[in-house]
Design a protein around this ligand. Structure first.
Ligand code: ADP
Ligand code: MG
Length: 246
């Protein structure tokens, strides 16, 4: 479980999260509703670790351990995964090497004695995943996300999920940069990855995603704080009444 208690986080000298208290259980899916410009990326990025976001006070624990003491690599090894609002493009890192590295790190995390996959074996191993996502093998030789379309970037993120099976998948406005067909395809793929052993945490102001992904709990945020919580019906209520009614 991720437990966030009375969390205050700032950017520059502005306080954005002003006492957030939320928890995420492993086998449930969540929707955190938040209107634009109000802290979605702040919370998502802070949980994964970004120097720009400064911890002011409050706590975050992951399976009872202090998350804020962990560096980003440890957070990833412990099962945290962030799907970025704007997926970064990284020149000089080949997609195949990136995927092989993260795969091997997580493989060793589960079993320290296991043999890492060589580039040759990894290429064979990953083929079925590429096929299932309709990703051309040629992509493996390109730099990570450089020049990829929004849809291709999201598919690469889903490919990563299929390789490392993260426990907590934080999705920061995944509709960003997608047309409606691609959005639907991404949402359906995410729903197909959902299981009792992971938690999809959808952070959004866009209600459409709830047509495709079954969530167990909805949190409604305003002014950097949790204002309401409830079941999926709460999202429907807010989509009709608007955020200003909260
Ligand atoms: P959301 O993702 O919900 O749209 P963000 O978490 O990105 O919102 O931003 C929350 C607030 O923090 C916004 O008011 C934004 O302008 C502000 N903010 C983000 N980055 C910076 C920065 N580098 N300096 C000052 N304010 C910032
Ligand atoms: Mg954002």
């Amino acid at each position: 479980m991720i437990e966030i208690k009375n969390l205050h986080v700032g950017v520059e000298d502005k306080e954005i999260l002003r006492g957030v208290t939320l928890d995420f259980e492993l086998w449930k899916n969540y929707c955190v509703l938040w209107k634009n410009g109000s802290g979605k990326s702040t919370l998502s990025s802070f949980l994964m670790w970004f120097p720009k976001y400064k911890h002011i006070s409050g706590s975050v624990s992951l399976q009872g351990e202090n998350l804020l003491d962990m560096d980003p690599e440890e957070r990833s090894k412990e099962g945290l995964f962030l799907s970025f609002q704007n997926v970064p493009e990284i020149k000089g890192i080949r997609l195949s090497e990136y995927l092989r590295t993260i795969y091997n790190i997580h493989l060793k995390q589960n079993n320290p004695d296991v043999q890492e996959l060589s580039p040759f074996i990894f290429k064979r191993f990953i083929k079925k995943h590429l096929e299932s996502l309709h990703i051309d093998e040629k992509f493996l030789d390109r730099d990570l996300n450089v020049g990829f379309s929004g849809w291709e970037k999201r598919k690469i993120e889903i490919l990563q999920m299929k390789l490392i099976w993260p426990k907590y998948i934080i999705l920061d406005e995944i509709d960003s940069g997608l047309d409606l067909d691609a959005f639907r395809a991404v949402a359906e793929l995410l729903q197909s990855l959902s299981s009792d052993e992971n938690s999809l945490i959808i952070i959004t102001h866009y209600f459409k995603i709830l047509d495709y992904i079954k969530v167990d709990k909805v949190y409604v945020m305003k002014d950097g704080e949790l204002k309401k919580q409830g079941g999926p019906e709460l999202a429907k209520e807010i989509s009709e009444s608007g955020f200003s009614e909260i």
